[in-house]
Design a protein around this ligand. Structure first.
Ligand code: FES
Ligand SMILES: [Fe+2]
Length: 409
């Protein structure tokens, strides 16, 4: 198999042909064996949920924010989806650092707001220990009362923070591979796009009363478009021509062609578009997935990130963030209000189904999850989940049998 390292015209043409082949097939390809059912306990078992929390949500790179949220030295926001709150802050050299928001004295929060700008130093409000914008100790209050020869100046504990385009990711595992290596299997197909020129347009979130994997699975397949989105996604995208691309590290792509190749969303008319787009972005919905929880459907004039975060076994937060090419000075295009609302309507169509599912999967009638050829992206995600947890740690009854290795490109 040829390993492509970037989106080229020949690769774009090859991907377009793959969609045409998907459209014309009448059965799964020869040799595709049925996938074993996913065990229901993966969605219901409290111990399995605890295993997930201790592993993928601690050891993988996770989206934290966009550089626009840190406009000047001292700007910070607090990211709260990991094991503990993390401060992400721009320093005086315009580098971005992350550290636990936990004072090295008695553990008080060093910053008290979700976002803001620190002055010259971060000062803990409890006893006044202070830190610089990289989290390094600047000193303690009443040093005379510390009996050691030197006061116990301790830096805030750092969390890894690396950048992809203008997006900031954090990882709590000091031994994890770099963000660049982690993303490489999918990022090579975005390299032609001017990701560093994208600005943050909007953020909103939804509290959803279901297990996070119910939502994550949903965003990994187009099988539901016809019934859940008859007036939105299904009118625009041809789900039967969708091709699935599986990559290492659990990443993947669901490429759905527009039903009409010349269709352009009228709600984006006049908006700036990214340079260097190909037929893949112009005439398809290329919906990338960054493992474990980030869905990225790209259009030339902008893209949402859909991120899903587990809160409890039975509740999640879904965040939608929008990014777009620089629109210059002044406010964003007024068309954005409608564009954002239209996408939120699609997300609400998904949520309105996911929440009742939480009750119906907690039923003796939920005996396992069969997945079809087009849904294999969901299976790929679950295979990666077990690899991240460590297969030996997953109870045998809850394991997913690795089956898709030969389909990973
Ligand atoms: S807990 Fe921060 S200075 Fe005491
Ligand atoms: Fe959907």
């Amino acid at each position: 198999m040829t390993i492509h390292t970037a989106m080229t015209p020949s690769l774009a043409a090859q991907w377009v042909r793959r969609c045409a082949a998907e459209r014309s097939r009448t059965a799964p390809p020869p040799g595709f064996a049925p996938l074993p059912d996913l065990p229901p306990g993966r969605y219901l078992d409290a111990d399995f949920f605890a295993l997930e929390r201790a592993t993928i949500w601690r050891t993988t790179w996770l989206y934290a924010g966009h550089i626009d949220q840190l406009p000047e030295p001292g700007s910070y926001f607090v990211w709260s989806h990991g094991s503990a709150p993390v401060v992400v802050m721009r320093d005086d050299d315009h580098c971005v650092n992350a550290f636990y928001n936990t004072c090295r004295h008695r553990g008080a929060p060093v910053v008290r707001q979700a976002a803001g700008r620190a002055g010259g130093a971060l000062v803990c409000g409890y006893h006044g220990w202070s830190y610089d914008r990289q989290g390094r100790s600047l000193g303690v209050t009443d040093a005379r009362d510390w009996t050691t020869t030197a006061p116990p100046c301790r830096d805030l504990v750092r969390v890894r923070c690396e950048r992809f385009g203008n997006w900031l990711f954090v990882c709590e595992d000091p031994n994890a591979q770099s963000l660049a290596d982690f993303l490489a299997p999918m990022a090579r197909f975005l390299r032609h796009l001017p990701l560093e020129e994208l600005r943050l347009v909007d953020r909103c979130h939804f509290e959803v009363a279901c297990n996070a994997k119910v939502l994550i699975d949903n965003f990994l397949e187009a099988y539901h478009f016809k019934l859940l989105h008859p007036r939105t996604s299904d009118r625009i995208f041809d789900n039967l021509a969708t091709s699935i691309h599986l990559w290492r590290n659990g990443h993947s792509l669901m490429l759905s062609p527009n039903r009409r190749a010349d269709w352009v969303d009228p709600g984006t008319h006049g908006m700036p578009v990214m340079a260097n787009t190909t037929a893949i972005e112009r005439a398809h919905n290329p919906s990338y997935s960054i493992f474990p929880n980030l869905i990225l459907p790209i259009a030339p004039s902008g893209m949402p990130f859909v991120t899903v975060w587990p809160k409890t076994l039975r509740s999640s937060v879904l965040e939608v963030l929008w990014f777009a090419p620089d629109w210059g000075g002044g406010p964003r295009d007024p068309l954005w209000e409608t564009r954002i609302a239209n996408f939120a309507r699609i997300v609400e169509e998904d949520i309105q189904f996911a929440e009742p599912m939480q009750a119906t999967i907690e039923s003796p009638g939920f005996c396992g999850v069969p997945l079809n050829y087009q849904e294999r992206r969901v299976y790929h995600w679950h295979e990666e989940l077990d690899r991240c947890i460590g297969v030996a740690r997953v109870p045998a009854a809850l394991r997913v049998t690795p089956r898709l290795g030969s389909y990973v490109e």
